[in-house]
Design a binder for this molecule. Structure first.
Ligand code: BJW
Length: 233
């Protein structure tokens, strides 16, 4: 059986990583356009680099929770294909899977990028990055390049879309965990899975706007619902 799991900020919430769509419409005190668009970066690179520097530093203070660990346990025993697509830019799935090596059919894709990577603006080369980035950080990969966060901002194309769409086209089970379904193309994955004839399940604190698109909903904190749901498979 082929499985695709999509995760969003809700899977990391109980680890202490804030979700995006708080009621005040701000992301950690900033307007979305200021910190999550190429235009915002061009207008104020110092603000944007500082925003991501702080979030990169915060990773040292957070740890995978029971939901990340349940997915890693599943990946270790799943015999079919298992694609885990995360919209999260934290490294909590990676760390959970490092502790529990996955079976050969498993892959993890960070479709919106990763805080712990940087990208050269001139060559497109992506490299591991653990420290801070300066506003115009010289790139080691190109004489005219600078390093930016390896993050997919609004208006940019998410990563690995061909591989994700191919996996959705052949999946038997699609599970969406801890995402509001407010951001495309991830919000449309459930429809692609339905077209493939997959069983579709939403796991969230509460039903989302798109809940009617799923065959089933499981509601409650991810640290309880994710181990509970996958423990029965
Ligand atoms: C819990 C929980 C617990 C809490 N347990 N659950 C008009 C119509 C349609 C589309 C568009 C449009 N105008 C523009 C667009 C496109 C645009 C878009 O979707 N905009 C919308 C706002 C409408 N999309 C794009 O621009 C994307 N690119 C694109 O479309 O390119 C074209 C293209 C696509 C494909 C092929 C070819 C071309 C790019 C989107 C990039 C998104 N980037 C961000 C920011 C990254 C930087 C950063 O991290 O700072 O990624 S946006 C932000 O939202 C972040 C997240 O990954 C993403 C999704 O958020 P998520 O994870 O769902 O979080 P929340 O906070 O919204 O929800 C949390 C959920 O958890 C809630 O439901 C809670 O209930 C739940 N929860 N605690 C279980 N304990």
């Amino acid at each position: 059986m082929n499985l695709v799991v999509l995760t969003g900020a809700g899977v990391s919430a109980e680890s202490g990583v804030p979700t995006f769509r708080a009621s005040d419409g701000l992301w950690e005190g900033h307007r979305v356009e200021a910190v999550a668009t190429p235009e915002g970066f061009a207008a104020n690179p110092a603000l944007v680099q500082d925003f991501y520097n702080q979030r990169r530093r915060q990773l040292a203070t957070v740890h995978p929770n029971a939901a990340h660990r349940a997915l890693a346990d599943l990946a270790a025993r799943w015999t079919g294909e298992f694609l885990l697509v995360t919209q999260n830019v934290d490294d909590l799935h990676d760390r959970a899977h490092a502790d529990t090596p996955p079976a050969p059919g498993f892959e993890l894709i960070h479709m919106h990028g990763e805080l712990k990577k940087a990208r050269c603006t001139a060559s497109g080369v992506v490299c591991d990055w653990a420290g801070d980035l300066a506003p115009a950080h010289a790139s080691p990969h190109h004489p005219r390049g600078t390093l930016r966060p390896h993050i997919v901002w609004f208006g940019e194309i998410p990563l690995e879309m061909e591989r994700i769409e191919a996996a959705l086209a052949r999946c038997d089970l699609f599970v969406s965990i801890g995402t509001s379904g407010a951001v495309y193309p991830a919000a449309g994955f459930v429809q692609l899975a339905r077209m493939a004839g997959a069983r579709t399940v939403e796991i969230n604190l509460e039903p989302t706007q798109g809940a009617r698109l799923f065959d089933e909903g499981v509601y409650g904190p991810a640290s309880e619902t994710v181990p509970g749901f996958f423990g029965t498979l």
